[in-house]
Design a protein around this ligand. Structure first.
Ligand code: AMP
Length: 223
């Protein structure tokens, strides 16, 4: 492997992708690119993209592929993405996966690995309903641990619950995942890029499992 690191974090909503993605990106020293975070930031700033994306996000539906592909093409062209990146929440459709390949081919940056966090539906609903995010550091203050304080335990920032984490919307997000995103599992399996990791347990346990699997996959001689 060269010293670039291009990886995708795949998994249903609430699987803990975001929390783990932050850790993996830090470890491999690449930017963590979350399309959900970028979209939420655009919605908050009421940009043209934010105004277009808002209603889809609110209902738990996917934002149209063209908008997302444009967003990603721009983001991976930034200087900080030269040595790779970790994609979180993208691709979410086959069309997005194919467009990503075209973009990466132009940059001669092959995908190293697609990590799938595997979690049961019941656990997903439980985790999403107890999710509280920090406005400052963007981390999940609770991360499925079942305890919550008024401020972020990491940085003291203000906590909030996502608009699309309401029970009605969560069901739709799960259905959208099954219908539109789950086919990517087979797609990346077929390309021999899929690394399935059990996403059940405490955050640190999952991270340990994930890091060990990544090391084994990326540098088989080390372990
Ligand atoms: P997330 O934070 O990844 O759960 O994303 C929140 C919402 O943003 C999703 O429910 C979608 O409405 C939208 N979104 C994020 N990433 C994508 C994507 N790759 N394709 C389409 N919509 C997306």
């Amino acid at each position: 492997m060269d010293n670039r690191f291009v990886a995708i974090m795949l998994g249903p909503p609430g699987a803990g992708k975001g929390t783990q993605a932050v850790r993996v990106a830090e470890h491999y020293q690449v930017p963590h690119i979350s399309t959900g975070d970028i979209l939420r930031d655009n919605v908050a700033r009421e940009t043209e993209l934010g105004l277009k994306a808002h209603s889809f996000m609110e209902g738990g539906d996917l934002v149209p592929d063209e908008l997302i592909i444009e967003l990603i093409a721009d983001r991976i062209g930034h200087d900080d993405a030269e040595n790779g990146f970790l994609l979180d929440g993208f691709p979410r459709t086959l069309a997005q996966a194919v467009s990503l390949e075209d973009l990466l081919r132009e940059r001669e940056m092959p995908i190293d690995v697609v990590a799938l966090l595997d979690v049961e539906d019941e656990e997903i609903v439980r985790r999403i309903s107890s999710r509280f995010l920090c406005r400052e550091c963007k981390r999940d203050a609770n991360a499925g641990q079942g305890t919550i304080s008024d401020v972020c335990p990491h940085c003291g920032g203000e906590l909030y619950q996502r608009e699309d984490d309401k029970a009605e919307t969560v069901q739709n997000r799960l259905e959208v995942y099954r219908r539109q995103t789950a086919p990517l599992v087979e797609y990346y399996e077929g390309k021999n890029l899929l690394l399935k990791v059990d996403g059940f347990g405490r955050v640190d346990e999952i991270s340990n499992r994930l890091f060990k699997s990544l090391e084994r996959e990326l540098d088989p001689e080390a372990g």
